[in-house]
Design a protein around this ligand. Structure first.
Ligand code: ANZ
Length: 943
């Protein structure tokens, strides 16, 4: 027993905490609350990864520390449990996804408890719980019931939507359509990945390079009626809201780039007969610029209206609604074939800079509004349907993409912005042989010549506005959120589609009454896709699928929500997890929100954080929450890489080959300079030794090897399983190691030897208090009831100060380093005051809670150490009253004296001269010079 045995100690304390509800959240928070949140995990079949406990330990330390500081802490955990893998497993085995999901949740729960995290387990939730997703569905109904008022810049109840008179006059169906077109949740045709061979719609992550991940079949993008969420209405608020958040600047930048605000103009280009252009233009002068583009004009969005005189052709996206109208009969076959091909490409493939441009002439022309010149209209996939207006004016002289395209198809290139005199390829630019994307003075632009870009932009936009041909416009890269999935294992939509006697959809729909929620998933016999581009829920039985209300028949929506849905609001539910009458009690919400600290991986920088901010803002507008933003402070933990691996070159006979002797072979691959084929192999680290800055083979030190740390992945076989680490070293060692590896935000390689090192520290802490040479549990004889001496007191208080400040700053590695120093110091002391030991255990307890609980008890203390108050340091104790400095004669140390640490040179020399040893040595000698370096030494030059 006297040895430190985590396998015995840790489960015992975990059971104690659970039984005593040590970490229960206070029902009402006191004067200071702290909501400490982890990004909840997806419970995969692989169990926890060592990357998970990194963030979880960090928040656990903060939560335990805050409790000891007297704060009210909410520190919950849950599971993001819908998702593809469980569904794929169900398709393969026929086992319900619920069964596999529950198994994985159980395993995750076991592992999280094994690590001693101080979660309030009474609040645990899974997004797949009916009592949870009932409220996810409720929030969807809130989105369905909300429209965004652009004047007030906020979401309002759909009942308050003003209906224009002409719509009202057109009848009930028109009003209905109008309302549906304004909801934050609306139906639209969106492109899905349809794989005819597999007979199923695929999620983006199931498509790799345009082929299905399984079986590598072609994937076609086809339009399907889908739910969209109007996140774009909130673009401005999502952008400006970032200002007040204590988030890493990198993440804020990613979010603002994703929102992608740009300013420019919308411009209409006449597409009728050239002879009718003037008449059209003057009519526009009277009517003004219409809110929606008319059939006789092609509307573009441009950030450079100043380059209008240089627009030499136009491009519409393959999906542009006017494409049919614009395509001349003799071009029709070619245009069709082109669009069909484009439908197989993702937006990313279409816009990647290094891809060759392609396109087809439609056969029609548009008139450039500033000079009346006709320019050809092309269709090309580098223009995307979903951005701006889905059509552009191409200015090849000043836009790289247009330039490349114009060169390829020999379209005219007219420079309209003059490059500066010292521009590198100025002559080429002016000759239309190079592209110039920057700003300058206008040329070839009629009345605008000589003016600078900003001025031309402003004047051309004003002129277009006056003539009814254009308008200034703001655009966002952000797209509306495609919110439906053709999947089984997700939240069903609480929406009913009306059907007529014949069973056909009338186009009208209604939300399920909130009192009828949740809409449960139907029981399915098997989960295999049914071969149509339709969601699997369409396979449900009629009793699930059809509903009659007030004599009207409805068919349920059969899409399900994406995995993002459940993670959009889970942080709210933790505050009031058992509430069956509201998604959250407003009083509790006001007490706990916002989240004070949110820790998770940087991979969620954009989508999860943007989506949940969006939902939060809608809930805020509709009065369900009281704060405009959900997460005050955000921290991203760094990635943990695999162990550093060594690699070197070996020939066919497994003989090592020096890097110097390796070259690229003509047939690809590598070979030695004398022609042997060589391969790069990994080398076990016991075959390697350090030489200088690098590493060499032990067997042949002339051969250098390379070392690198790679991402942990199954295929590399370098994944570290926390179960194995806990088994060998204990949970406290794993926790402490993950915090000691380096700064929380840094990327760091795993090292089992490092875990061993931290474990030795914990062993030392144990031995500082327990005499492990005995058979019985006996305290170290050095422990004393007495007080610390001055030096011990200084060490103790300096440690309290450093650990407090570092824990506050989440600089856990430096706090641990300090506690190691403390332990080294006190294990050397013959007298170890128990009070100092107790204080130290409190400091260490958020980091290594099991060990500290055990030693606390061994020192005879009652209850959990988690309930102790955090110690205060005494500034006075930190001041050192005297320090020892050497006294030298001609540079050789002859004696040592005690002086105050801030003694002046004169005082130091005085003290040296008063020292008995110095006085006796000085006999018969003359002092030539006296030198004192404050805090360091005294040197006497003697003869
Ligand atoms: C003419 C022009 C001239 C443009 C010039 C740029 C430079 P950002 O800044 O990212 O918002 N564009 C507009 N809609 C597009 C679409 N659907 N697909 C692809 N490209 C599109 O980009 C706005 C610019 O991207 C617009 O300004 C337009 O090209 C192009 F010297 O218009 B520009």
């Amino acid at each position: 027993m006297p040895r430190y045995t985590p396998a015995d100690i840790e489960p015992r304390w975990q059971a104690y905490w659970e039984e005593n509800k040590t970490f229960a959240t206070p029902e009402t928070p006191g004067s200071k609350k702290r909501y400490v949140l982890d990004m909840f995990p997806y419970p995969s079949g692989d169990g926890l990864h060592v990357g998970h406990p990194e963030g979880y330990t960090a928040t656990d330390i903060v939560a335990r520390y805050a409790r000891m500081r007297g704060e009210s802490v909410l520190h919950p955990m849950g599971f993001d449990a819908f998702g593809l893998p469980a569904e794929e497993h169900a398709i393969k085995t026929g086992e319900h996804p619920r069964v596999q999901t529950q198994r994985n949740i159980d395993n995750f729960t076991r592992q999280l408890k094994m690590l001693g995290f101080s979660y309030d387990w009474d609040r645990v939730l899974a997004t797949t719980d009916e009592r949870y997703f009932r409220w996810t569905q409720f929030i969807f109904l809130v989105l369905f019931d909300t429209w965004f008022d652009p004047q007030q810049q906020r979401g309002r109840p759909i009942a308050e939507l003003p209906i224009p008179d002409q719509i009202r006059a057109a009848g009930e169906a028109a009003v209905d359509d109008y309302i549906n077109s304004r909801r934050l949740a609306y139906l639209d045709d969106a492109l899905v990945n349809w794989c005819p061979n597999l007979g199923t719609v695929l999620a983006n992550e199931e498509v790799v390079d345009g082929k299905s991940d399984v079986g590598s079949h072609p994937v076609k993008r086809i339009p399907l009626r889908q739910w969209m969420l109007r996140i774009t209405d909130y673009a401005e608020r999502l952008l400006s809201g970032l200002d007040d958040l204590d988030w890493p600047t990198g993440i804020k930048k990613l979010q603002s780039d994703w929102i992608g605000r740009s300013t420019g103009a919308e411009v209409d280009f006449f597409v009728g007969e050239a002879a009718k252009f003037e008449a059209w233009k003057s009519a526009r002068g009277k009517s003004g610029f219409p809110a929606k583009a008319s059939d006789d004009a092609l509307r573009v969005y441009t950030t450079r209206p100043d380059t209008l005189y240089g627009a030499t052709y136009m491009v519409v996206s393959p999906e542009h609604p006017m494409l049919d109208q614009l395509t001349a009969a003799d071009q029709s076959a070619e245009v069709k074939a082109y669009c069909e091909k484009a439908s197989f490409k993702s937006d990313r493939e279409r816009t990647e800079g290094d891809r060759e441009k392609s396109g087809v002439f439609t056969g029609s022309y548009a008139i450039n509004p500033v000079n009346g010149k006709p320019i050809p209209i092309w269709v090309a996939d580098y223009v995307l349907a979903g951005y701006g207006t889905g059509a552009i004016m191409a200015v090849p002289a000043h836009d790289e993409r247009d330039f490349e395209f114009a060169v390829q198809y020999e379209l005219p290139i007219i420079p309209v912005v003059q490059p500066p005199a010292d521009a590198e390829n100025r002559d080429d630019i002016l000759a239309g042989k190079a592209c110039f994307a920057a700003v300058g003075n206008a040329i070839n632009s009629g009345p605008m010549d000589g003016k600078d870009t900003a001025e031309v932009k402003q004047q051309i936009t004003a002129q277009l506005d006056a003539e009814g041909l254009g308008n200034s416009a703001v655009n966002y890269k952000l797209r509306d959120w495609l919110f439906s999935r053709q999947r089984f294992w997700g939240e069903p939509f609480p929406i009913l589609h009306e059907i007529d006697q014949a069973g056909n959809a009338t186009g009208r729909m209604r939300g399920v009454d909130p009192s009828e929620l949740p809409v449960r998933l139907p029981e399915l016999e098997d989960f295999k896709p049914h071969g149509r581009p339709e969601p699997p829920l369409a396979k449900a039985g009629d009793e699930w699928l059809y509903v009659t209300i007030d004599g009207k028949r409805y068919r349920r929506e059969t899409n399900t929500m994406p995995q993002w849905a459940g993670s959009c609001w889970y942080y709210l539910r933790y505050i009031d997890p058992h509430n069956d009458s509201a998604l959250i009690d407003p009083e509790k919400e006001a007490q706990w929100m916002p989240v004070d600290l949110y820790v998770g991986g940087a991979e969620h920088a954009v989508l999860h954080l943007l989506y949940s901010r969006f939902w939060h803002k809608v809930l805020y507008d509709r009065g369900h929450v009281s704060t405009p933003e959900p997460f005050g402070r955000l921290i991203n933990q760094g990635m943990i890489l695999g162990e550093v691996e060594f690699t070197g070159y070996f020939d066919e006979n497994d003989q090592p080959v020096s890097t110097k002797d390796v070259k690229k072979s003509a047939g690809g691959g590598r070979e030695s300079k004398d022609g042997r084929k060589v391969t790069l192999k990994s080398i076990a680290d016991d075959q390697v030794e350090k030489q200088g800055e690098g590493f060499v083979l032990k067997s042949d030190s002339s051969i250098k090897v390379e070392s690198r740390a790679n991402k942990m992945s199954k295929s590399r076989g370098n994944v570290v399983n926390p179960d194995v680490v806990v088994d060998e070293y204990g949970a406290d060692a794993l926790r402490l190691y993950e915090m000691f590896m380096g700064p929380l935000e840094a990327t760091k390689p795993w090292s089992m030897a490092g875990v061993g090192g931290v474990r030795s520290f914990l062993d030392r802490v144990w031995r500082m208090i327990v005499d492990d040479q005995q058979d019985e549990l006996v305290l170290q004889s050095a422990l004393s009831q007495g007080d610390c001496d001055d030096e011990q007191n200084r060490m103790l208080h300096a440690t309290i100060k450093k650990v407090t400040e570092d824990t506050d700053a989440m600089s856990f590695n430096t706090a641990i380093a300090r506690m190691m120093e403390f332990t080294n110091f006190f294990t050397r002391s013959q007298q170890r005051p128990i009070e100092a030991m107790k204080t130290f255990l409190i400091l260490l307890s958020p980091y290594a809670p099991h060990l500290c609980e055990e030693l606390w008890k061994i020192l005879g203390q009652d209850g959990s150490i988690a309930h102790q108050s955090w110690p205060q340091w005494d500034e006075a104790a930190l001041v050192q009253s005297s320090i020892e400095v050497p006294v030298q004669f001609n540079g050789k140390v002859k004696s040592k004296i005690q002086v105050s640490p801030d003694a002046k040179p004169d005082e130091m020399i005085q003290a040296a001269l008063e020292d008995a040893k110095v006085q006796s040595l000085l006999e018969g000698k003359n002092i030539v010079k006296k030198i004192a370096v404050p805090g360091r030494l005294v040197n006497l030059v003697v003869k």
